[in-house]
Design a protein around this ligand. Structure first.
Ligand code: TNX
Length: 551
């Protein structure tokens, strides 16, 4: 077995420098991910031994203070003391007039490290860069290299998504996932909370959504259509209190959490809870192959709508004809809008088969009354109506690129997943877009051609992710401004455990962080930095895909 994947050609000249108390210390090599705008190595080394003095601006958020102290202590065993503005070893300073998206400067001399930024978020990013100048292990003495770093982000939207419906992940893992986002300077966590296989957020007005909709009677075994059903009840959900805990945790890491409530498709779990949301409440849920014993018995006993147990796209969607559907969704969304501070709310919009709408008298009546020429226009009516409701609540909707079909809702942001075309079309219409194409950012796809675990298939290598350019060439400069950034999508049909999520997501999310933050492209250099990054994965206890298996 090969021990190292990446070329070790990058070798900075390691000089042994003397420090104030005259013990020689070796400065760490500089391997920052995502790559900063400018890094100028200087002569000298800042020596840190057992404790570090810190000065923060007086009016800084207490959570930033707490984070800085906690990470330095947990990761590096350093005790922290409060230092004076002029002499602390780690100084944070807010300064007006810096330009760019969340700019910061990090200046390290043999006396002190100074992080300067226009806002707290910038100070936080500067601190992440500072941490990457430490070795990825606890030591008695640390030697940080003297350096001048100027940095800012290329895109404001730098996201990672997580599907918690197909498989559910508890709070500890969600927090760890957020920690990892923070280390990579991601700015958004897209929390995919509802889908056919489980409704995962408490809605006080509709308790059945979680009492019934958060649990399925079993799960298909193996790759779809599977070899059987495990016949094991599976599920879970987040209470409002837990959601608030996650939001506070994310906020203290400067990460915005964007909730997704899927509509009008991917609605089987909600329909299992409230069958009248379907066009056909009297028709049993169809699970063509490998249905669980529990669901068979449930259907035989007359409770014919069940939470889905297999993967795919299903015909039973929210009925667009009944007023009660909109009343329900508005009540749900009102609670979600209130809970999440983000100005964005993702409403799904993808993969909504029109089979039921075509046969449903209420849907057909709605189309006729509103002069809608086909079911795509009915979907557009659906989304536009929901958008209007959410706009009144001060929220901007994001939807998967199917929301372009039949006419885009007036203020919607398009999340382009079936390639780049949706994002390009949106930008041309002066709508904002977020790029998450299956070609480059589906982190559920295989990362080697020889993948030996069960996955959804496909193949997106680390290099492919790294070489992604989110702004399509064909856009004018003015249109390109509508590309807010990009995101990695993590669909969890084949990720049953946190360790599998990490195995699929890292190292590719590391490459994506550089794509979204930096304008530089140098894959060879990136691979060199990955030698250090794999050590950081060790420090962070991340079960990353093994480097040896990547080539
Ligand atoms: C498509 S991307 C889906 C998901 C699946 C995913 C699997 C999108 C908007 N919808 O429902 O989980 O493919 O890769």
């Amino acid at each position: 077995m090969k021990r190292f994947l990446f070329p070790l050609s990058f070798c900075i000249s390691i000089s042994i420098l003397s420090c104030s108390d005259s013990t020689p210390v070796t400065p760490e090599p500089i391997n920052i991910i995502p790559e900063p705008v400018s890094v100028q190595a200087q002569e000298g080394v800042l020596k840190i031994k057992k404790s570090i003095s810190i000065s923060l601006p007086e009016d800084i958020s207490s959570h930033l203070n707490a984070y800085v102290n906690e990470v330095l202590s947990k990761s590096y065993g350093l005790s922290t003391t409060k230092g004076s503005t002029a002499s602390a070893q780690l100084q944070f300073e807010l300064k007006e007039g810096m330009t760019g998206i969340t700019p910061y400067e990090l200046v390290i001399s043999d006396q002190a490290a100074k992080i300067i930024a226009g806002e707290e978020k910038g100070l936080f990013y500067g601190f992440q860069t500072f941490l990457q100048l430490f070795p990825a292990e606890k030591r008695d003495v640390y030697g940080l290299p003297a350096v001048n770093i100027q940095d800012h982000a290329q895109f404001e939207y730098r996201g990672l998504h997580l599907d918690v419906s197909r498989h559910f992940f508890g709070l500890d893992f969600i927090k760890k996932y957020i920690d990892l986002l923070a280390y990579h300077k991601f700015s958004k966590f897209h929390w995919h909370l509802t889908d056919d296989q489980g409704w995962r957020i408490e809605i006080k007005k509709y308790p059945e959504l979680t009492d019934t909709g958060a649990y399925r009677n079993g799960t298909v075994i193996g790759r779809y259509p599977g070899t059987g059903n495990d016949n094991t009840r599976y599920g879970g959900y987040y209470t409002h209190e837990q959601v608030k805990e996650v939001l506070a945790y994310a906020a203290s890491r400067y990460i915005e959490v964007i909730p997704e409530i899927e509509l009008p498709g991917h609605a089987s779990a909600a329909i299992a809870a409230y069958p009248e949301l379907s066009c056909f409440p009297q028709q049993p849920t169809v699970i063509e192959q490998n249905m669980s014993e529990g669901s068979r018995q449930q259907q035989a006993a007359g409770r014919i709508k069940v939470v889905q147990e297999t993967w795919g796209v299903f015909d039973d969607v929210f009925c667009a004809g009944k007023e009660s559907t909109f009343e329900f969704l508005e009540n749900v969304l009102a609670e979600v809008a209130e809970l999440f501070p983000s100005k964005y709310l993702h409403i799904g919009g993808d993969e909504c088969p029109k089979t039921h709408w075509k046969k449903c008298a209420a849907c057909q009546k709605r189309m006729k009354e509103n002069g809608l020429k086909d079911e795509h226009e009915l979907q557009s009516y659906f989304v536009t109506r929901i958008e209007k409701f959410l706009n009144q609540k001060g929220k901007t909707i994001i939807g998967w690129d199917e929301i372009l079909e039949g006419g885009l809702a007036p203020n919607a942001i398009v999340m382009s997943w079936r390639g780049q075309e949706g994002g390009r079309a949106a930008a041309r219409m002066q709508h904002f877009a977020i790029m998450t194409p299956t070609s480059h950012s589906y982190l559920d796809y295989n990362q080697t051609e020889k993948e030996d675990s069960v996955t959804i298939g496909g193949f997106i290598s680390l290099e492919k992710v790294y070489n992604y350019i989110p702004v399509p060439d064909s856009l004018s400069e003015a249109q390109a401004k509508f590309i807010m950034g990009g995101q990695g999508n993590v669909w969890t049909e084949y990720m049953h455990y946190p360790s599998k999520v990490e195995y699929m997501v890292y190292p590719r999310a590391t490459a994506l962080s550089e794509v979204l933050w930096s304008t530089k492209k140098d894959y060879k250099r990136f691979l060199e930095k990955m030698n250090t990054q794999y050590k950081r994965y060790g420090l962070w206890s991340v079960n990353a895909f093994p480097a040896q298996k990547l080539n």
